[in-house]
Design a protein around this ligand. Structure first.
Ligand SMILES: Cc1cc2nc3c(=O)[nH]c(=O)nc-3n(C[C@H](O)[C@H](O)[C@H](O)COP(=O)(O)OP(=O)(O)OC[C@H]3O[C@@H](n4cnc5c(N)ncnc54)[C@H](O)[C@@H]3O)c2cc1C
Length: 450
């Protein structure tokens, strides 16, 4: 058979890429250093709970997501989040408040000051920004006011990036928002204009709905692997080194069976930026450093299950905590309110997020210390009385959870471009570019098929 396209990393990006290549009849081989596939996506079933240790939900933000699920085997079904649980909560003054979704809620909410509520009426008339490297925080403060920055944008950025709005650069981190202001002069005018634009049938596939997979996200990973063929995915592939010699791609790596070598037609890396220099030893340090310096927010995710919540109401997507509220928790999701079968009947599942770019030191705490924080907030923030304790606590640590698209992004993207031009048939993909969400990863995977 012809030489394979070798994909490094069996996370969502690597597997989606391999899936599309296989569908086109291409020869592929996926090399994964861990002994299991899925990367950050891992679903666990335990004691009647089904929980995620990485991402919980995605958004159908582009057609590629819907198209991938249409192409899946019948055993893998997208599950759209229960619309009754759509409320987003924001913590302020010791309780959760619903983030307003309409005009009346916007007027009556306690989250924002009256000054900023009036100010928002003038948003369409504010001048357009001229700094291409303006941060999300600076843009929000300029157009919306400080209380919107503190109680909407800050927790929103915390929920997506576990990041700091004052360091994330808008055109890289939230390109759609950046383009609204640049193309239409205002978020509000831009949103109305966008809603009026005609949409193709394909555009309409991007429903913006929140999704998971029936039984958990790992079912998507397994379905991708089934189509690719398990024999095309090498697990525990250690110390992978890619060599470029006389326009040929040679790869050395170790497995339990010993040292392996092969020649590849094309190389696609999908690993985090920090893992690239060891993989590509032929690239000079000064160039690879421009990519490898990408900062990642560390996160500890704690799944908390309760078998009997005593009829308490947790009908919401979850709650986020603004940095100015000074809590040890970034946010709490309520996955069992959104998706079926995630907790036993009458029970509930929560996902607590700790750490992020601003409180990375919390991710260094021991399991007992993390558990103490979570149990304390389980009682304080979720309102469980002292006689109800969690039936399940599972701690998952991610040292390189979410890349931060900060002001070094331009240099990083330029370095990626240069390397891909210099070394024919090398693709440097993964979440170091093109977006951090599952939907972005699926879109990138589909785009790498040539
Ligand atoms: C806690 C958490 C919560 C998240 N929440 C959400 C969410 O709610 N919604 C959303 O859309 N996204 C979320 N994300 C982001 C989402 O998980 C990612 O976009 C996606 O899973 C990344 O997939 P990937 O394949 O690009 O990277 P990864 O999943 O990191 O896969 C990369 C793979 O490469 C392997 N690898 C690394 N180095 C090497 C090497 N040297 N040799 C061989 N293999 C190597 C790794 O082991 C891994 O399997 C979250 C992420 C985390 C960590």
């Amino acid at each position: 058979m012809n030489k394979p396209t070798v994909i490094i990393g069996a996370g969502l990006t690597g597997l989606t890429t391999a899936f599309h290549l296989v569908k086109q009849g291409k020869n592929v081989l996926v090399l994964e250093k861990n002994d299991l596939i899925g990367g950050q996506i891992q679903t666990i079933e335990k004691d009647g709970f089904i929980f995620e240790t990485g991402p919980n939900t995605g958004t159908v933000s582009n057609p590629e997501v819907a198209e991938l699920f249409y192409a899946m085997t019948p055993g893998c079904k997208m599950e759209i989040a229960n619309s009754d649980a759509a409320r987003r909560l924001i913590w302020k003054d010791n309780k959760f408040h619903a983030l307003p979704s309409g005009l009346l809620g916007g007027i009556t909410t306690h989250l924002f000051t009256w000054h900023d509520k009036f100010r928002i009426l003038g948003e369409p008339f504010h001048q357009k920004g001229s700094n291409p490297d303006e941060t999300v925080g600076a843009l929000a403060a300029r157009r919306l006011g400080k209380s919107f920055l503190d109680y909407a944008v800050n927790p929103f950025i915390s929920g997506i990036y576990a990041g700091n709005p004052m360091t994330l650069v808008t055109r890289y981190a939230l390109p759609k928002l950046y383009n609204l202001e640049q193309n239409y002069g205002s978020f509000i005018r831009g949103a109305f204009a966008k809603a009026r634009e005609p949409k193709s049938d394909r555009d309409k596939l991007a429903t913006k709905k929140i999704f998971s997979v029936e039984g958990g996200l790992s079912h998507l990973i397994e379905a991708l692997a089934d189509t690719i063929g398990k024999e095309k995915i090498v697990l525990s592939a250690d110390a992978i080194k890619i060599n470029h010699h006389e326009n040929e791609w040679n790869i050395d790596y170790n497995t339990k069976e010993g040292q392996q070598s092969l020649t590849a037609e094309r190389i696609i890396t999908t690993v985090g930026a920090h893992a690239l220099s060891a993989l590509l030893p032929f690239v000079e340090k000064s160039e690879i450093d421009k990519i490898a310096c990408l900062r990642y927010a560390p996160i500890v995710q704690v799944s908390v299950g309760v078998k009997n919540i005593g009829g308490r109401d947790f009908n919401a997507f979850g709650g986020l905590i603004p940095a100015c509220e000074r809590k040890d928790i970034l946010g709490i999701l309520y996955p069992a309110a959104c998706f079926r079968g995630r907790a036993p009947e009458g029970g509930m599942l929560f996902s607590f997020f700790i750490g992020g770019i601003n409180k990375s030191y919390l991710t260094e705490l021991s399991d007992i210390e993390i558990e103490n924080i979570v149990v304390r907030e389980f009682h304080k923030m979720l309102g469980f009385p002292a006689n109800i304790e969690p039936d399940l606590i599972h701690i998952a640590r991610h040292s390189y959870a979410i890349p931060q698209y900060e002001k070094d992004t331009g240099e990083r993207l330029a370095a990626v471009e240069r390397l891909q031009k210099r070394y024919c048939r090398l693709v440097i993909a993964g979440n170091l570019r093109d977006g951090i969400s599952m939907a972005d990863r699926i879109k990138q995977g589909a785009s790498l098929v040539i």
